[in-house]
Design a protein around this ligand. Structure first.
Ligand SMILES: Cc1ncc(COP(=O)(O)O)c(C=O)c1O
Length: 410
């Protein structure tokens, strides 16, 4: 780089750097088009778009620095979620993975130790091995004997107690509700929690979709969260905030989690607008969740009418068995994406969110019906294949979530 000698040269050099730095990210953005794509995508409930009303509310948020705990809107959101969940304090973070991992790390003091969870748990399978990395803990993944949820019996059979030096004692039980859209019976949670606490084990809840449980059953968040020492509640799933998850627990617990959050690099600054968007979502979108469940039941009923096997369908997710009518998941994904008005389907899991259009459900049912009919004409006889799509080799529980190739462009 040549040295800058005169003031004019310096100004010209600065202008050149400024032009290199400057960028317009709005070029080519087509919000109406992406809204349509989202309303026709069954891939996840994380894909909702923040509405203009939400963005307008967010723009009025406080603009303090959250690392210094000086952002009023963030503090208000944390206090509110702590209050409705019956906990002392909350910590607003970037993601559900972060609030789960922070929660787990904060509970676990020093190895050797283990975390007991469902074998399908997000904390075990989908957080990049974070428990081993951040907490130096072994996970004890347990397959629920009933194929639906862990029971006290499952927990007692798997938990590690005592001081045998060959094993890693269980210090934490982490449950998930909903799990694959299924609702964990609250009395079983209470029984597990009472047992865990009686033997000195802490309880964490991955409540990424606990809102769906509250919406479906009408049970208060306070009651749902009461058996747990800490809870992670996602704001960017069905609730529809653009970003964020909250960890709640005792004052002491959250103070320590805040420290770990900084260590993880998760301390953020002017987070007020994100907290406000999340607050808007809680106020305006929570009441819409029950309707997403109703739409999911419509999808389930329509699939059953066509003869498609249903694996799970309790809240906003429908896991379906495409091979039961001779359809391969990838085939459906490709056909759906190539419709004149494309649909986005990513495997065995169909997720309804509050911006899913009813027309998209109707169109998907039409497509499955047409494809099932084609298969019948080609000679497929329903009932010839096993009802479950993939066998993982586990004795009872079979894999129900199978992702397939084509992704939503949204
Ligand atoms: C049950 C569950 N827990 C936690 C997470 C993690 O959330 P995030 O994607 O915000 O890290 C997810 C994400 O899909 C989830 O489904």
């Amino acid at each position: 780089m040549s040295p800058v000698s005169t003031l004019t040269d310096l100004e010209a050099a600065r202008a050149k750097v400024a032009s290199e730095v400057s960028v317009d990210v709005l070029k080519g953005v087509d919000v109406p088009k992406s809204k349509i794509a989202l309303s026709r995508s069954f891939n996840s409930d994380t894909i909702t778009y923040p509405t203009d009303e939400m963005m307008a509310y967010a723009s009025e948020a406080s603009r303090g620095d959250d690392v210094y705990q000086a952002d009023q809107s963030t503090l208000a959101l944390e206090a509110h979620v702590a209050k409705i969940t019956g906990k002392e304090a909350g910590l607003f973070c970037a993601s559900g993975t972060m609030t789960n991992q922070l929660g787990i790390r904060t509970h676990l003091l020093s190895p050797p130790h283990s975390v007991l969870c469902d074998a399908r748990a997000h904390v075990h399978r989908n957080e990049a091995g974070g428990i081993a990395h951040h907490s130096q803990a072994t996970t004890l993944p347990v397959i629920p004997e009933n194929g639906h949820h862990l029971t006290l019996k499952d927990v007692k059979a798997a938990v590690i107690l005592g001081d045998n030096v060959h094993v890693a004692p269980t210090r934490l039980i982490s449950l998930e509700n909903t799990l694959n859209g299924t609702i964990f019976p609250q009395d079983e949670i209470v029984a597990i929690s009472e047992y865990a606490h009686s033997v000195g084990i802490k309880m964490h809840l991955d409540g990424a979709r606990i809102w769906n449980v509250a919406a479906e059953t009408g049970t208060s968040l306070h009651v749902l969260c009461d058996p747990f020492d800490s809870v992670s509640l996602c704001l960017s799933k069905g609730i529809g905030a653009p970003i964020g998850s909250i960890l709640v627990g005792s004052h002491e617990f959250i103070a320590r989690a805040r420290w770990f959050r900084k260590m993880f690099g998760g301390g953020w600054r002017q987070s007020g607008h994100m907290a406000a968007a999340a607050a808007y979502a809680l106020t305006h979108n929570f009441p819409l969740l029950a309707a997403t469940h109703t739409l999911a039941r419509k999808l389930e009923a329509g699939l059953r009418d066509i003869g498609v096997g249903i694996l799970i369908s309790e809240t906003n997710m429908v896991f379906f068995d495409a091979p039961s009518v001779g359809i391969a998941y990838d085939e459906l994904t490709k056909r759906a994406a190539s419709l004149p008005a494309p649909l986005y389907v990513g495997g065995s899991r169909l997720v309804i969110h509050y911006q899913t259009s009813e027309k998209a459900v109707d169109d998907l049912l039409d497509l499955v019906q047409v494809m099932a009919e084609e298969k019948r004409k080609e000679g497929f006889v329903p009932g010839q294949v096993e009802q479950q799509p993939v066998d993982t080799g586990y004795p009872k529980l079979k894999e129900v979530f199978l992702r397939s190739g084509v992704k939503s462009t949204a």
